[in-house]
Design a protein around this ligand. Sequence first.
Ligand SMILES: [Zn+2]
Length: 225
Amino acid sequence: MSLTREQMLREQICLVGQQLHRFELIDGSAGNISARLDAERILITPSGLAKGFLQPEQLLLLGMDGQRLADTPATAALKPSSETPMHLEAYRQRPDIGGVVHAHPLYAVALTIAGINLQRYTIPEAIILLGDVPYAPYATPAGDEDRLAISDLITQHDALMLSFHGSLTVGKDVWEAYLLLETLEHTARLTYLVHQLGGGMSLPEDRIHQLLALRRSLGLMRDRP
Ligand SMILES: [Zn+2]
């Protein structure tokens, strides 16, 4: 029996949750994951449950205004992620995306709190994949402030940091959004390690521009010129 698109997305979201837990990209019940099912509906993780141990039937089906659809016995007592407004804003601003991941990647968050650019020391592929990762202004989580903080930036970037908080990555599907988060945290760890070693050299400006040109030619460029 072949899986329906909805079943496939539910399993993909649970798999991403397991990866977030395995690689310590989230803590406790933090983080949230969503996927666009179609033009009118998204699937999103519930609030208050550990995202590494979710069952596919525990994901909530919401309309684009956040209204609950098709509750089942498995979801009746659950609340949708408190960051639902931020996810819905990303889908509204970006018709091209199908997945959104919010996490608390340890090294990336540490560098933003320390005021160090997480991309200070990086490798060519990370520049091609991530482009420029902006820092959204600090906003109180779980409400309209987060939504407003990312509303403009998400139109131009696939990966951004919420200051003093965490990451937001988007992709054509939820798996792509997750992989971008891996690249983001890998880049932050590299910057941290070089910093611990006493510092190093950044790629020359002209080389960075070459990589950004390559990013543009690959159709990945959303950053402002
Ligand atoms: Zn968070």
